[in-house]
Design a binder for this molecule. Structure first.
Ligand code: KIV
Ligand code: NA
Length: 275
């Protein structure tokens, strides 16, 4: 069954955990969809894990649209959420609505996600008024890396913790259907999860969130530029991929690939005439 924003809201009421992963291409999205994931985020983590930037700031609307199209083509049942890139919504309410619209119209996403609390609520409200579902994202918000001085856990002192609680409540009031809590102490995430009626999707925010999300290259062990504490590696695919690449190189060099079974046939009498 197709996951919708209604599925997400109902899951919280029924105490059913929501599962999300990021994806950036057709074949990976298809595998996740087949596996039964509730939602796929075309995250601006794209910039780091696919494009090799040090942060997410350089990611453009065109980048996200390009990859959202690919993901949407691979998906039957998952909810496709597209990240709004840095400076696609911060500049004005108008920009926020126009760019959210592009992610739906051109990218074929089902919803958009944007970072921030109280300070972005006017944008969330306007996008929701345009009938585009919005997922919020508070805590460690990578687009603010320069403002918060690195990728650090947020909400560790009382003032910051209170601010995060108020941000979550404001994001819900603005009309978001769900909210990502990233890099937040687990017990603070518990409080936020209890205080809002929309599902919280945690990443580095403990087990009591209503759902979880991970970057797929992180959880498959395919990306080791750095590994945040909150990542669990369900596989070491990076090592397996390297091994397969090496085997291929060896077999091509020593002539054992391709073997006859991988080639195409032609009648011998034709070949004789050609010599
Ligand atoms: O861009 C991304 O992958 C994200 C998730 C980590 C929530 O925003
Ligand atoms: Na993101």
């Amino acid at each position: 069954m197709k996951n919708t924003v209604v599925t997400f809201k109902n899951a919280k009421n029924m105490n059913e955990k929501l599962t999300m992963l990021t994806a950036y291409d057709y074949s990976t999205a298809k595998l996740m969809d087949d596996a039964g994931i509730n939602g796929i985020l075309v995250g601006d983590s794209l910039g780091m894990v696919c494009l090799g930037y040090d942060d997410t700031l350089s990611v453009t609307m065109e980048d996200i649209i390009h990859h959202t199209k690919a993901v949407a083509r691979g998906v039957k049942n998952s909810l496709v959420v597209a990240d709004m890139p840095f400076m696609s919504y911060q500049t004005s309410v108008y920009d926020a609505v126009v760019n959210a619209g592009r992610l739906i119209k051109e990218g074929k996403a089902n919803a958009v996600k944007l970072e921030g609390g109280l300070e972005v609520c006017d944008k969330i409200e306007a996008i929701v008024k345009a009938s585009i579902p919005v997922m919020g994202h508070i805590g460690l918000t990578p687009q603010s890396v320069n403002a918060i001085g690195g990728f650090k856990v947020q909400g560790k002192n009382e003032e910051a913790a209170r601010k995060l609680i108020n941000d979550a409540i404001a994001v819900e009031k603005a009309g978001a259907f769900s909210i990502v809590l990233e890099g937040v102490p687990s017990k603070l995430a518990d409080i936020i999860t209890d205080k809002v009626s929309i599902p919280t999707i945690g990443i580095g925010a403990g087990a009591r969130c209503d759902g979880q999300i991970l970057v797929y290259q992180d959880m498959l062990g395919m990306f080791d530029d750095f590994t945040p504490k909150f990542v669990k590696k369900y596989e070491c695919l990076g090592d397996k991929m390297k091994e397969a690449f090496k085997n291929y190189i060896d077999e091509v060099k020593d002539g054992s690939f391709p073997s006859e079974e991988h080639g195409f046939k032609i009648d011998d009498d034709i070949i004789e005439k050609l010599y």
